[in-house]
Design a protein around this ligand. Structure first.
Ligand code: FES
Ligand SMILES: [Fe+2]
Length: 344
């Protein structure tokens, strides 16, 4: 069937009103930019959480994220706006706004409108920097942050490499993407794992821990086949912070970063880091192969590229027909429900 004639099945799912369903964006902290990609005094327009935002770093280095449309006469602050101290000035009449959405200066007015003192006049999102990443807190009801982002010291260590970054656009919800982590049976059919990967999941408040392990074949330093224990440890905090440690011949840390643009469009980023190994060493070669495996294909194993066509075309089955051997899909969904406004 020609793709333009396909029935957009997901739309029908989306039409069903239901709280706790992935027709919403769950609340939590999400990646919005890498710290090293936003310079001092830089302004950037980004799309996420259903709309455009102006992301900026002020002259002191603090980051803000505000609604782009000026409350004065509606100019888009992201197109021509400028950082001035701790404010961003609108390009139209130079009103100055801070990262809390307050208007702090109207340069030509002798008397500021009293309403400007009362509270923010622009929508803004709480933002923090942690693990060399800028995170924004999104809540559909504008509720203040309920938890913090966890710090992973490796990401800041001088003995570990700067992130190697990869980015994908995915046409599904973040709930669907993360469901992969406990969908043990797909690891064989989609990713080509021949050994049975046994997984264990623990859900603890806003945390979820997944540990998967198996003995796998690797090539040792002498170039001979050898068996080695392969472990995957996933730590998820809220819907948007996922850190995965892969251990085999070497250790690879991946920040699995998802930014919801809408409920059905997600930007997925992988940021890899590992210990610095001398170029040409066995460890260096192994860890690079390890990374390749997570992305595309390496040997018989397929990475995330194999998931993408499935994610992009699947529907959300509210009541999936499950069987023995499937991972704990429904416990995962019940856990995830707590991040939808009114879903717990
Ligand atoms: S429209 Fe922004 S200052 Fe006038
Ligand atoms: Fe997968």
């Amino acid at each position: 069937m020609n793709s333009s004639t396909r029935i957009p099945a997901k739309r029908y799912v989306e039409l069903l009103p239901e709280k706790g369903h992935p027709s919403e964006i769950p609340f939590g902290w999400y990646f919005v930019a890498y710290s090293d990609e936003l310079e001092f005094s830089e302004i950037r327009v980004i799309s996420c959480f259903w709309q455009e935002w102006v992301l900026f770093r002020d002259e002191c280095g603090s980051v803000g994220m505000i609604d782009p449309y000026c409350p004065h006469l509606g100019a888009h602050i992201g197109f021509g706006g400028k950082v001035d101290g701790e404010m961003v000035r609108c390009p139209f009449h130079a009103w100055g706004f801070d990262s809390s959405g307050y208007c702090r200066d109207v340069p030509y007015a002798k008397k500021m409108p009293p309403i400007l003192k009362k509270g923010p006049v622009l929508k803004y999102l709480p933002v923090i920097e942690c693990n060399k990443i800028i995170w924004a807190w999104y809540h559909p009801g504008a509720v203040a942050p309920i938890w913090n982002v966890d710090n992973f010291p490796e990401t800041m260590s001088n003995n570990w490499i700067e992130y190697e970054k990869v980015e994908f656009e995915i046409s599904t919800s973040i709930q669907d993407i993360v469901e992969n982590s406990i969908d043990y049976s797909h690891l064989k059919y989609v990713h080509g794992h021949t050994s049975t990967l046994l997984g264990e999941t623990r859900q603890d408040g806003i945390y979820r821990h997944v540990n998967i392990g198996a003995d796998v074949q690797v090539i040792d330093r002498e170039g001979k086949p050898d068996s080695c224990h392969y472990s995957i440890e996933l730590i998820q905090k809220g819907p948007g912070q996922h850190t995965i440690r892969y251990r085999r011949e070497t250790e690879l840390l991946m920040m699995f970063l998802m930014t919801p643009v809408t409920n059905e469009k997600t930007i997925l980023r992988f940021a890899f880091t590992h210990e610095k190994y001398p170029e040409g060493s066995y460890e260096h070669k192994s860890v690079k192969e390890f990374m390749l495996e997570k992305l595309g294909s390496h040997g018989n194993l397929n990475g995330v590229h194999a998931d993408i066509p499935i994610w992009n075309n699947k529907i959300y089955r509210k009541k999936p027909l499950l069987c023995e051997g499937d991972g704990p899909i429904m416990p995962y969904r019940s856990w995830f429900k707590q991040f939808y406004d009114g879903g717990s």
